[in-house]
Ligand binder design. Structure first.
Ligand code: URA
Length: 251
């Protein structure tokens, strides 16, 4: 059955209908090896090979959920006008086109959720759900009680707005001092770095170790991706009021 290309792409979870139209206009979509930029083009998913940025759009109707250990040195975008390395190179090997939920700065490593479930992603990022994110930060100096109070009691103003109360503790790391663990329920731009700098302890190194109830497993090395278990997924879905949605693993 033939359908308009943008409708097929949207149905496959590649992007919204409008987003798919943009991909077509940007000449990023090929059908049977040829760039298509005609929004009226009809295709038959069953008999055509469709690619976006050279990645085959397989049968993506199934919702997919992964955790990814983002290494430092990669942007959390799928393309960059300056051609810097992006996380796309790790996502390409997956059977489905998935997107990172939120962002980590280029020089930050750690846990990113990847999914093509737009509703879950939207809710996880929405401030009203107050999803906790745990970061380990190596900072200059060793924060004292005063600094910890400033980081946690909501009195710190960043970008003209007070931060939501957070949790912070100095990690008992022996001689390698200056490690902080921070738990935030907001996701403002460069928030940890700005908070730590504002209390006199600029960040040297930053890693996200938990997102919601998911912990970055020690066996998941930088650059590796693992699919969420049903239990992990149910916990996430429950947190944002989407529980008991079945995980569809159509390849
Ligand atoms: N806070 C930051 O400063 N950077 C990140 O990437 C995430 C949180």
């Amino acid at each position: 059955m033939s359908e308009r290309l943008q409708k097929v792409l949207a149905a496959c979870g590649v992007a919204s209908r409008r987003g798919a139209e943009n991909l077509i206009r940007q000449r990023r979509v090929k059908v049977d090896g040829e760039i298509v930029c005609d929004l009226g083009r009809k295709v038959d998913m069953a008999s055509s090979t469709i690619t976006v940025d050279e990645i085959p759009v397989k049968n993506l109707q199934g919702l997919r959920y992964y955790m990814f250990h983002k290494p430092k040195g990669y942007l959390t975008t799928l393309s960059d006008p300056q051609n810097r390395p992006t996380v796309l190179r790790f996502l390409e090997k997956l059977p489905a086109r998935v997107y990172p939920v939120g962002r980590l700065d280029m020089d930050v490593s750690g846990l990113l959720i990847l999914t093509n479930d737009g509703e879950l992603a939207k809710r996880l990022m929405h401030p009203s759900y107050m999803i906790p994110k745990v970061y380990r930060a190596r900072v200059e100096g060793v924060p004292d009680e005063g600094a910890l109070k400033l980081l946690t009691d909501g009195s710190l103003i960043i970008g003209g707005k007070p931060i939501s109360p957070a949790k912070a503790r100095v990690l008992p790391t022996g001689p390698d001092k200056g490690w902080l663990e921070l738990t935030l329920t907001e996701g403002r731009h460069r928030q940890v770095k700005r908070m730590c700098a504002a209390c006199g302890h600029p960040v040297i190194e930053l890693k996200r170790v938990c997102y919601c109830d998911l912990k970055l497993p020690s066996h998941l090395l930088a650059g590796q991706i693992s699919e969420l278990t049903s239990a992990q997924l149910q916990t996430l879905l429950k947190k944002v009021g989407l529980a008991t949605k079945d995980k569809d693993t159509v390849a």
